[in-house]
Ligand binder design. Sequence first.
Ligand code: MIC
Ligand code: SF4
Length: 644
Amino acid sequence: MGSTLAYKILKNHLVSGELNPGKEITIRIDQTLTQDSTGTMVYLQLEAMDAEKVKTEISVAYVDHNTLQTGFENADDHAFIESVAKRHGIIFSKPGGGICHQLHLENYGIPGKTLLGSDSHTPTGGGLGMIAIGAGGLDVAVAMAKGTYSLTVPKMIGVKLTGELRPWVSAKDVILYVLKELSVKGGVGKIVEYFGDGVKSLSVTDRATIANMGAELGATTSVFPSDENTKDYLVSQDRGIDFIPLSADEDAVYDEILNVDLSALTPLAAMPHSPDNVREVSEIGSIKVDQVAIGSCTNSSYTDLMKVAQILNGRRVHPEVSLVISPGSAKILSKLASNGALATLIDAGARIIENACGPCIGMGQSPKSGAVSLRTFNRNFKGRSGTLDADVYLVSPETAALSAVTGVLTGGSAASSALGITLKAIPPETFEKNVNFVISPDGYNTENTDVIMGPNIKPFPQNTALTDRVSGKVVLHAGDNITTDDIMPSDSRLLPYRSNIPYLANFCFEKIDTGFAARAMDAGQGVIIGGENYGQGSSREHAALAPLYLGIKFVIAKSFARIHRSNLINSGILPLVFRDHSDYEKIRVGANLVIENATEQIGQETLTIRDADSGREYIVMPELSELENQMILAGGKINLIKQS
Ligand code: MIC
Ligand code: SF4
């Protein structure tokens, strides 16, 4: 039986364990990336581990999220990260260089290598044939300190691509289609691998768009073969030397197959408020648009922005639309400036903003009240734009640019030819290495580099070893698909406090329940009840650390999203799964729940929880691997590391 590409790469990196779905393995990590909004925690944790020089081939610390410096906090965080980077041999990428995933693709990603990143969209590297996984900050800190990462071997979804995309349909529409088919929890516990004849019609940046949004499927990662297009991309980035061809065996077997005929796809949009709420643009109709935002790690490549420039060339952004563009990297912006496309965009009436995450994470450009905002981004969770009652639709750059001109949702060839707009293929470009945004650690006397810590950087909370009797009051009863944006909201107001958990904790669950933080504090020891796919979305471990600070002992849900579940365990908070989903309704806010013999029970298949007032019992499943069990017993990953 032949092997999938993902399993080949995992096998090449296997340190211990058996490469079979459901088994726990440890793999070697070649590269890591961090960004600033998760990075401060990562580096505080790295310091707490007394680590020395990183054990990876390359580790990069990017600054791209918290670039609005409205006070000293973000700038202090940047200085802290830069100082730790120098101390541990990590490359520091300055603010203004671009978005971490775009930059990593351009400058460091290598086919066949493993990459672990403290950002959920790290799988963007799968566009280059890497196994690139998003993880909580502590996992990334450990990967830097030890060069390894442990995970449960995922199952494989094979997506077989045939045919070729028609004009005005692009990579974004491919992943929106996959999301429509598989849903935001369809990828949990799985790797999505693309294969088939259709792959060769997609460029590396197209593939990166698709792999990027595999995060929205909940997948561990997504991966494409490395072929002639990969070589062309690496050569265009002056890194031809990094190319190796890679593919699955002809007779590779996948656990599931999804067939996608690229030629049958039409322009799609994810409607409010979920990336899998996908419909055809033609079906949604010409809704009036107030804002169009083009950029993010999903759709900010050179080709994407050149397509936008073609569409806007000689035209005007509709008077009632605000068009904002954030290029993916300084290299891209510089190229747009030198070839005249930047002037085209500005002349049409586009607002050009910094090469950073920006509006994607609510760092500025929040739309007006009740607005319709079309975005080429990857998440449209309610309130993420910074405007709670805005309706955000996720679309391709082509659809975004056409709509910016017409003022209503517009996509596809019929609409574009009615407007007399044609799209020509974008000629390939070559890019020079841009090292001016990068500070290499070479030349620093690592041991003697002082760590610079501003006054807003506070110690992170740490748990204590599991006690035999664990009790807590239910302080929240939440629905399905709770996102980490719901748990720990992030926007320009709160992002500057990513290094200050005591402050941030006051806003925990703020968007769905303003009384949560006070109630949890009051209870002293709390429990959260969740529905399906609890904790979907980002990798931010703040969504575990803030609840830890507020005294949350365990979370019982119908199912968990992968990264958030790991972050809970890393923090020593027990994630428990309802065996009988009807119990979800029975447990109400205010119930006092108790786990007796907890240290013994967590290692078993099922665990009994008792309602201390009614005496009613509930059966839940801890589903912990051996390592996870040890972490919970120790009160979290750092405690476990300190014990060994
Ligand atoms: C996101 O897109 O939600 C973020 C902001 O990039 C997060 C990381 C964070 O919360 O800092 C992610 O995707 O992991
Ligand atoms: Fe940045 Fe948005 Fe990408 Fe997250 S999804 S890394 S906020 S651009």
